[in-house]
Design a protein around this ligand. Structure first.
Ligand SMILES: [Zn+2]
Length: 686
């Protein structure tokens, strides 16, 4: 049985190589093949311009490299003023591609053409990105190559001494014009070092080579598109050290006073501005102009207000608001009345500001975009204005990972549709990862797929997701989303089946079952209650999802996959997933050990002395030690794997510093100190 399956797969690979259904299975049916390599001999020459761009040269090297690995043949490389031998694979803009009727210049940015005319095979894009994508598409579609995850282990390269193509004619343009993985803006408090994610990773010991491989993986899977700078950006545009003393009026008026950020400012939270002050608009426009002068390759910039609240309460700013207050359960009417500024909806005011900046910016930098998140108190669409043609709202809490919950889904769709209806261009912000869910299994590829198609149907074509490098954990999300953002007409089930078949061969079914088990478990938990987060010691709903039973079944799936695997590469890929599962399990165990302590302290809800009693019993010290050991094991494990694409190291550490581990481990460490404090008179307090 296993042998038969392998045979079927290799026939499929061969068909992929020999190209297009016409020639597959029936030998060469009419079309004379375009032979690239034959029995380990070169039959083609790769040709590029004699003045190639750097990106074209890189695309050529990628093509040459992968054909060599697949066939063992290093194809000769010539520039278009030299005489090539055999067939010609013309990459990028050069003499061979210029005169043909390829029409690639009329394509949308990043679009490309792959076309064979006689003895010339053209791989050419509307721009450099398009040319690179032409090469990757060719390698994927016609050589059967896949980049399942970054690094060599994730590369699938079918080996064939003969590589040939039939009638090739393919034109593609991206469905989403922005397909972005990872936040660009500040995440971490500036006080603790660099705030930009990639800078920070380097400081934590993630290597540049690791980052390079991730970037390459993104490119090979056609992530990319527009270049848009920043996120919450007021810290950059209105630094308090520059304007705090000279222009306090630029900053938000709160309870009658201008709120100038102090020394603890992280440049991302608070530090809001008075958006109706005309000079504030001027400063923002000048900053944007300066940015685009220095960085002309960018298409847009974020002007999103800072995170956290503290918005201006001056009469001019408030006059632009509709007067509505946010509708959030848990805040009572009295509280709202006491601090109306805190709860006002400010979308109209925020986007009036964005519109003014965009309008001015167009005068000097036509075509450049201003992006602003639809977020916080400006989540819902405005009532009295519409976004300027060059303002892109980016709906922030799209969160399709929670769309197994129908109420959440309906709410998100209503907000997104509202914005889309009034905006020329619109984007969303997704969370494949975030601090409250630091790279544990959160597999929802079908939800992401459904949501991407829904968004595209509403004309929403900018997509950005917070992301990490946890490819052994949530890699399927990234893989499926990348493919669909490029081409929403693809079928997610086919993408997944192809992923399993090409990457895992004889073990495909077991790996599929492993993933489906995790996908279903996540959906089931979300359907009950969307908040499966891990913020604090008391918030341990992840234990309801990540049960010992689930781990046991997942390990069994992987063990079966190991047994079925018929080559070493597949065995290593299965082991890759086992490492990811192990990380999630260590996190769950550390949480469980901590939870035991909380349960003991809060046994009786009305007992104010729970902690005192807990500390009085010296035997409990062992529980605290065990919990700390579990956290330490998780941390050591994460450190060992930080460069292996298994886990999201940045997010593990971000979470450690800012959220879950911060509250839990610090608490436990302090508790341990109390056990060992001489003369602690806990008993007398009882
Ligand atoms: Zn104001």
């Amino acid at each position: 049985m296993r042998r038969k399956l392998t045979a079927v797969i290799s026939v499929l690979v061969l068909c992929g190589v020999l190209l297009e259904s016409a020639s597959c299975g029936r030998g060469s049916a009419g079309t004379k093949e375009f032979v690239i390599t034959e029995n380990g001999q070169a039959r083609s020459t790769i040709v590029m311009s004699k003045t190639p761009t750097e990106a074209e040269m890189f695309a050529v090297m990628e093509l040459q490299y992968y054909i060599r690995i697949a066939s063992g043949v290093l194809l000769p490389l010539k520039t278009d003023d030299q005489k090539p031998g055999g067939n010609i694979i013309a990459v990028g803009q050069n003499r061979y591609n210029k005169n043909s009727k390829l029409g690639f210049k009329e394509l949308a940015p990043e679009g490309f053409r792959i076309k064979r005319s006689g003895r010339i095979l053209s791989l050419v894009g509307a721009d450099d990105a398009g040319t690179a994508f032409a090469v990757y598409e060719f390698l994927e579609k016609y050589l059967g190559i896949r980049w399942l995850w970054p690094g060599e282990l994730g590369e699938v390269i079918p080996k064939n001494k003969t590589i040939a193509a039939g009638a090739v004619d393919l034109t593609q343009e991206p469905d989403f014009i922005w397909r972005d993985r990872g936040p660009g803006g500040a995440l971490w408090g500036a006080a603790t070092g660099p705030t930009e994610m990639h800078e920070r990773e380097l400081l934590l010991g993630v290597t540049r080579e690791h980052q390079k491989q991730v970037e390459l993986w993104e490119k090979r899977n056609k992530w990319g598109g527009l270049k848009i700078y920043g996120g919450h950006c007021l810290g950059e545009i209105f630094p308090p050290e520059k304007y705090g003393k000279t222009h306090p009026e630029y900053f938000a008026l709160i309870k009658g006073e201008r709120e100038i950020p102090g020394p603890d400012y992280d440049y991302k939270h608070r530090g809001q501005i008075c958006t109706t002050n005309p000079d504030v608009v001027k400063v923002a426009v000048e900053w944007a102009r300066d940015f685009f002068d220095k960085n002309p390759e960018y298409d847009g910039i974020h002007m999103t207000l800072n995170d956290g609240v503290g918005f201006c309460e001056c009469a001019n700013c408030m006059a632009l608001d509709t007067g509505e207050l946010i509708n959030r359960p848990g805040i009572d009417a009295e509280e709202m009345k006491k601090q109306p500024g805190k709860y006002r909806i400010i979308t109209d005011r925020a986007f009036t500001f964005m519109n003014q900046v965009a309008e001015e910016l167009q005068k000097t930098h036509p075509g450049k975009y201003v992006m602003c998140m639809a977020y916080s108190r400006y989540t819902n669409p405005p009532k009295n204005i519409k976004p300027h043609k060059y303002v892109i709202p980016q709906y922030c809490l799209w969160s399709a990972y929670a769309h197994a919950n129908p109420e959440e889904k309906a709410k998100h769709e209503e907000i997104a549709a509202g914005w889309a209806a009034m905006s020329d261009k619109m984007g969303i912000y997704e969370y494949f990862i975030n601090g409250s869910w630091p790279g544990l299994h959160r597999l929802a590829p079908y939800r992401f797929a459904e949501s991407i198609k829904w968004l595209y149907g509403r004309g929403i074509t900018l997509y950005q997701t917070q992301s990490g490098d946890e490819f052994a954990i949530n890699g399927l999300n990234y893989y499926v989303a990348g493919k669909l953002l490029w081409d929403t007409s693809l079928d997610e089930q086919q993408i997944l089946d192809d992923f399993y078949a090409t990457g895992f061969g004889s073990a495909a079914d077991a790996i599929k079952r492993f993933h489906n088990r995790l996908i279903k478990a996540w959906d089931r938990e979300i359907a009950k209650d969307k908040k499966v987060a891990c913020y604090s010691m008391k918030d341990t709903r992840l234990l309801e999802y990540l049960t010992p039973g689930l781990f046991e079944q997942c390990y069994a799936d992987l063990a079966e996959a190991q047994k079925l695997a018929d080559d070493d590469l597949i065995r290593q890929r299965v082991e890759f997933y086992r490492k990811g599962l192990r990380y999630t399990q260590l996190m769950a165990r550390a949480t469980e050990a901590s939870r035991k302590i909380v349960d003991k302290i809060h046994k009786d809800k009305n007992d104010a002395f729970g902690l005192v009693r807990f500390l009085a019993d010296k035997e409990n010290e062992q529980l605290v030690k065990e919990a700390l050991a579990a956290w330490s094991e998780r941390d050591t494990y994460a450190d060992e794997l930080k460069n292996d694409y298994v886990l999201a190291y940045f997010w593990v550490r971000y979470n450690s510093l800012t959220r879950y581990r911060f509250y839990v481990v610090n608490y436990l460490e302090n508790m341990l100190k109390l056990f060992n404090t001489e003369g602690l008179t806990v008993k007398s307090a009882h």
